[in-house]
Write a protein that binds this ligand. Sequence first.
Ligand code: FES
Length: 99
Amino acid sequence: MSAPVRVPLEALGPRGRTVVETEVGPVAVFLVDGRAHAVANRCPHEGNPLVEGEVAGGVLTCLFHLWRFDLESGACLFGDAPVARYEAAVEGCEIVVRL
Ligand code: FES
Protein backbone atom coordinates (compact mmCIF):
# COMPACT_ATOMS: atom_id res chain seq x y z
CA MET A 1 0.00 0.00 0.00
CA SER A 2 1.39 3.36 -0.97
CA ALA A 3 1.97 6.22 1.40
CA PRO A 4 -0.90 8.67 1.66
CA VAL A 5 -0.67 11.90 -0.28
CA ARG A 6 -0.84 14.97 1.95
CA VAL A 7 -2.21 18.21 0.57
CA PRO A 8 -1.96 21.32 2.75
CA LEU A 9 -5.30 23.14 2.96
CA GLU A 10 -3.46 26.31 2.04
CA ALA A 11 -2.59 24.73 -1.32
CA LEU A 12 -6.24 24.85 -2.32
CA GLY A 13 -7.13 27.80 -4.48
CA PRO A 14 -10.01 30.16 -3.81
CA ARG A 15 -12.37 27.61 -5.37
CA GLY A 16 -11.29 24.96 -2.84
CA ARG A 17 -9.50 22.66 -5.25
CA THR A 18 -6.11 21.70 -6.58
CA VAL A 19 -4.32 19.00 -8.53
CA VAL A 20 -1.60 16.83 -7.07
CA GLU A 21 0.76 14.59 -9.00
CA THR A 22 0.71 11.06 -7.61
CA GLU A 23 1.99 7.65 -8.58
CA VAL A 24 -1.36 6.95 -10.24
CA GLY A 25 -1.29 10.22 -12.17
CA PRO A 26 -2.79 13.62 -11.50
CA VAL A 27 -5.50 13.64 -8.86
CA ALA A 28 -8.01 16.47 -8.43
CA VAL A 29 -8.67 17.29 -4.78
CA PHE A 30 -11.75 19.23 -3.69
CA LEU A 31 -12.91 20.63 -0.38
CA VAL A 32 -16.69 20.99 -0.44
CA ASP A 33 -18.58 22.14 2.66
CA GLY A 34 -15.71 20.93 4.84
CA ARG A 35 -15.49 17.51 3.20
CA ALA A 36 -12.57 16.34 1.11
CA HIS A 37 -12.94 14.52 -2.19
CA ALA A 38 -10.35 13.17 -4.60
CA VAL A 39 -10.81 11.87 -8.13
CA ALA A 40 -8.57 11.25 -11.10
CA ASN A 41 -8.03 14.53 -12.90
CA ARG A 42 -8.65 12.87 -16.26
CA CYS A 43 -12.28 12.76 -17.27
CA PRO A 44 -13.12 9.21 -18.42
CA HIS A 45 -14.80 10.69 -21.49
CA GLU A 46 -11.94 12.40 -23.31
CA GLY A 47 -9.38 12.96 -20.60
CA ASN A 48 -10.00 16.63 -19.94
CA PRO A 49 -9.16 18.03 -16.48
CA LEU A 50 -11.95 17.46 -13.98
CA VAL A 51 -10.42 19.99 -11.60
CA GLU A 52 -12.00 22.64 -13.80
CA GLY A 53 -15.47 21.19 -13.35
CA GLU A 54 -18.45 22.59 -11.52
CA VAL A 55 -19.31 21.17 -8.10
CA ALA A 56 -22.82 21.35 -6.71
CA GLY A 57 -24.65 19.11 -4.29
CA GLY A 58 -21.85 16.54 -4.20
CA VAL A 59 -21.90 16.24 -7.99
CA LEU A 60 -18.95 17.12 -10.22
CA THR A 61 -19.80 18.17 -13.76
CA CYS A 62 -17.05 18.11 -16.36
CA LEU A 63 -17.09 21.42 -18.18
CA PHE A 64 -16.14 19.95 -21.51
CA HIS A 65 -19.17 17.76 -22.40
CA LEU A 66 -21.09 17.83 -19.13
CA TRP A 67 -20.57 14.26 -17.93
CA ARG A 68 -21.53 14.18 -14.25
CA PHE A 69 -20.00 12.22 -11.38
CA ASP A 70 -20.97 11.53 -7.78
CA LEU A 71 -18.00 12.76 -5.73
CA GLU A 72 -18.69 10.24 -2.96
CA SER A 73 -18.56 7.15 -5.15
CA GLY A 74 -17.16 8.20 -8.52
CA ALA A 75 -20.35 6.86 -10.12
CA CYS A 76 -21.24 8.35 -13.46
CA LEU A 77 -24.60 10.14 -13.32
CA PHE A 78 -24.52 11.35 -16.92
CA GLY A 79 -22.20 9.69 -19.39
CA ASP A 80 -20.87 6.19 -19.85
CA ALA A 81 -18.10 5.52 -17.33
CA PRO A 82 -17.28 6.20 -13.69
CA VAL A 83 -14.29 8.22 -12.58
CA ALA A 84 -11.59 6.78 -10.33
CA ARG A 85 -12.04 8.22 -6.88
CA TYR A 86 -9.89 7.92 -3.80
CA GLU A 87 -10.44 8.08 -0.07
CA ALA A 88 -9.80 11.62 1.15
CA ALA A 89 -10.22 13.23 4.55
CA VAL A 90 -9.39 16.47 6.30
CA GLU A 91 -6.81 15.79 9.01
CA GLY A 92 -5.67 18.92 10.81
CA CYS A 93 -4.33 21.40 8.28
CA GLU A 94 -4.15 18.84 5.47
CA ILE A 95 -6.23 16.73 3.18
CA VAL A 96 -4.97 13.17 3.25
CA VAL A 97 -5.61 11.14 0.11
CA ARG A 98 -5.20 7.37 0.15
CA LEU A 99 -4.57 5.98 -3.31
S1 FES B 1 -14.05 15.28 -21.41
FE1 FES B 1 -15.33 15.33 -19.66
S2 FES B 1 -17.29 15.18 -20.48
FE2 FES B 1 -16.02 15.07 -22.23
